[in-house]
Design a protein around this ligand. Structure first.
Ligand code: TRP
Length: 314
């Protein structure tokens, strides 16, 4: 029997190579090696409502995250692939977990503290409760492993705590999941190489997976190539250029930049082509997600019946 792995993909606009080198490039392998459960974490994405928020835009982000996952190799036939909000058990279980989770545990989550510090105008309850919903996502499906970067280990640890609290109080119900650390190379902004690549630093600072070769070339050519900037380009060279040798580029930043841009564009050529096709197939995506929801619901509702019974609900 294969072990179960589970991960959520939070839709938050276009994916860049930082996202790819983190979790996303591993997804295909997880599906081969594990009983994989992969979902679009649309509810989690609501904790970051922007001033220019619109339902239409949100729908588009969710749709595009779904398309991107498929184009990156998430084969819906070979795993359980669904949308979080289609399965109301996630929210329901999160509420029950809320009632056994000390507020102090959530107050010390570093991601919460960072987001709250950056976003003083919108420290909403969802931001604080985020890891409890994440625990519900994970524990509903008895996940053995949750692939995460170091910054999310704390959330998986909290899921373990919550599983234990629940099991102690109501009897053995949940499995304690293990974080599966993914090695995430830190990709820096092209325009401010002292900062992590992020859309908040502007479109020109990121290479998006959907960027056309010309855009990639233009952005990389304009990339800051001071000491840290150059280190970042070398790091990307090592990842994307085959048989990369730093010495070949000594005093030749232009060659480094052109080779790198070409290599990155080639690397995502297949992705770009697939993506253009899938973006047109919204009806098919709907069908895929409906089927995925059916598979997920069968597991989640069974678990939730057990939980309700154990806590004394109908
Ligand atoms: N927090 C994850 C992120 O920021 C998304 C996520 C939601 C998730 N639920 C999850 C990841 C459950 C792993 C398991 O990307």
């Amino acid at each position: 029997m294969k072990k179960t792995i589970l991960t959520g993909l939070k839709p938050s606009g276009k994916l860049h190579i930082g996202h790819f080198l983190g979790l996303l490039q591993g997804l295909k392998g997880y599906i081969e090696d594990y009983d994989a459960h992969i979902f679009i974490a649309d509810l989690h994405s609501l904790t970051e409502l922007r001033d220019d928020y619109s339902a239409e835009n949100k729908r588009k982000e969710i749709f595009e995250m779904t398309v991107d996952a498929i184009c990156l190799g998430v084969d819906p036939e070979k795993c359980v692939f669904f949308t979080q909000s289609d399965i109301s058990e996630h929210s329901e279980l999160a509420w029950i977990f809320n009632c056994i989770t000390p507020v102090s545990f959530l107050e010390r989550m570093t991601q919460y503290k960072d987001k709250a510090a950056k976003n003083v105008k919108n420290i909403n309850m969802g931001l604080m409760d985020y890891p409890v919903l994440q625990a519900a996502d994970i524990l509903l499906y008895d996940a053995d492993f949750v692939p995460v970067g170091v910054d999310q280990v704390q959330h998986v640890e909290l899921s373990r705590d919550i599983a234990r609290f629940f099991n102690n109080k109501f009897g053995k119900t949940f499995k304690e999941p293990q974080p599966k650390l993914t090695n995430i190379p830190k990709v820096m902004s092209l325009t401010h190489p002292d900062k992590k690549m992020s859309k908040s630093d502007g479109e020109k600072s990121c290479i998006f997976l959907s960027d056309e070769p010309e855009e990639i070339m233009e952005k990389i050519k304009k990339a800051v190539a001071d000491k840290v900037g150059l280190e970042n380009l070398y790091k990307l060279g090592e990842i994307f250029i085959s048989e990369f040798n730093k010495a070949n580029y000594k005093d030749n930043n232009l060659k480094l930049k052109t080779d790198l841009a070409t290599a990155i564009a080639d690397h995502f050529a297949d992705f770009r082509a697939k993506r253009k096709e899938w973006l047109k197939k919204d009806k098919e995506i709907e069908k895929i997600l409906a089927k995925g929801a059916e598979k997920a619901r069968a597991i989640a509702s069974k678990k939730m019946i057990e939980v309700r019974k154990k806590v004394g609900l109908k």
